[in-house]
Design a protein around this ligand. Structure first.
Ligand code: HEM
Length: 78
């Protein structure tokens, strides 16, 4: 079985794969929606959903921070 999520988490392909970087130079190479003839036909809908969700959140929230007390420092715990 092919695990697309594992491919997108491959650090040989994507530096720091567990971090959210919108400006990755190879951002368009991810396979979250598959690839080829069976790639996801719902992708444009979901991308629009995501954009609208983020825009609405940012319209309402001026200062967003991750709580280190709840979520840790972001450093991997090995
Ligand atoms: C974040 C949301 C979604 C993700 C991550 C996602 C991901 C995927 C992936 C990876 C595939 C390819 C699977 C494979 O290679 O066999 C796929 C196929 C498909 N997706 Fe999505 N999908 C999402 C949302 C949607 C939505 C909203 C719809 C419909 C409105 C949809 C409809 C389909 C259909 C019909 C296929 C089969 C395409 C085919 O086999 O030709 N998906 N999706």
């Amino acid at each position: 079985m092919l695990l697309l999520g594992a491919a997108d988490g491959d650090e040989r392909r994507f530096e720091c794969p567990n971090e959210f970087h919108m400006d990755r130079p190879n951002v368009r190479e991810h396979v979250a929606f598959g690839r080829g003839v069976h790639s996801c036909p719902g992708a444009p809908l979901v991308r629009a959903d995501g954009r609208i969700t983020l825009e609405r959140m940012l319209d309402r929230l001026a200062d967003i921070q991750i709580s280190e007390a709840k979520h840790g420092s972001g450093e991997p715990s090995v």
